[in-house]
Design a protein around this ligand. Sequence first.
Ligand SMILES: *Cc1c(COP(=O)(O)O)cnc(C)c1O
Length: 452
Amino acid sequence: MIHDPVPGLLARATELLEAGFGALPAAPANVDPAAIERVLAETARRLGDNYPYFHPLYAGQMLKPPHPVARAAYALAMTINPNNHARDGGRASSEMEIEAVAQIARMFGWKEFLGHLTSSGTLANLEGLWVAGQLAPGKRIAGSEQAHYTHRRISSVLQLEYCEVPADDRGRMDLDALESELRRGGVGTVVVTLGTTAIGAVDPLPEILVLRRRHGFRIHVDAAYGGYFRLIPESLDAPARDAFAAIGEADSIVVDPHKHGLQPYGCGCVLFRDPAVGRFYKHDSPYTYFTSRQLHLGEISLECSRAGASAVALWATQRLLPLEPGGEFARGLALGRQAAIEFDARLRADSRFQPLAAGRPELDIVTWKLKAATPEHAGRLADSIFDACALRNLHLALVQLPLSWFDPGGGQVNRTGNVTCLRSVLMKPEHREWLDRIWMEFAGACADVGEG
Ligand SMILES: *Cc1c(COP(=O)(O)O)cnc(C)c1O
């Protein structure tokens, strides 16, 4: 943030944009720059009350700074402030959304599809499950107990029954449990999470596809967090790699460009394999309408007004960093993944820590328990180390995980219930380079609380 290139780049691009409207009579803005400057100074002071999300030493929650090109393109679009509900509200930005979404669909192997941006992953999942409910009214939605908490709430909004399928000791949907749920009957849709929010677990999609052939249900893939890992199969271990390879077999997919796609908040995306589901959004249009170049995004979206600037930022980012295996964007993802593997390996080599017993992380999220006599003591230690890290400007996160995921069968008297663990989402490309520093501060914090 010290040498931020965005303001200079933005000023030059704004001149170009304004020159395009040069034929208009001058209409100077009636503002008082000195008053604005005072308010902005106050705003900057208020914003200082935040964790430094943009810095590599912020390695806690799922927060990845937008790429400079995304920040600049978003701000540039603010000159126009387009609304992507309809072409009238945002001609260029609607086109840019259609192009950017097609590139995301192509990443999953889809050429024919229906899709659009949303203001969040939650809204995108709502649309996915709304369409699922339209196709199978009254049938149940099933998701793993590690699926995002909003699926239950979305189902309740849609007045569809939601059932929770147990997860195994790696946080993946348990296949036997899913099969018994399917045998009970009435399951219309299974939510398959590729990259859970807590630990980045990847549900076994290939096996769930086999069950779909046998039992017949819809598959909604929630890849809000993990979707882009499709670009780096060579960096993933076998089961996760196979799940991402199979993603194109899903009926609908959600991915959040504002999670791993370097975008400002307000950018989710939902895709449907069958463009004909567009009929649920607009009853009097033939299906061809929805694949035509002339579609109105507002006619295939549950939301009305939506930031055209989000589409502009996404388009510019994908122009600079195309969604290609082996490209710069993919390399950035792989660096975070390497950082996570390395961090996990260091934890495993140290007797003070207990990472997941079943093996190393599936994506770029590392979670670990502190070794202690009781789960309560382990939780208190995690709390103190979390605080001690923050004092050293290293920001981790805390997470509640099932005790049974650690040290299975051994040591623990009480293996039911949850334990507070430490969690680090190593999603910035810089995290690989900063790993030694992160480890040094973490080790220092452990020493600070007497766990040296
Ligand atoms: C973040 C997340 C969501 C919710 O997305 P928002 O953009 O925060 O609304 C849903 N599912 C998964 C797996 C997520 O990680």
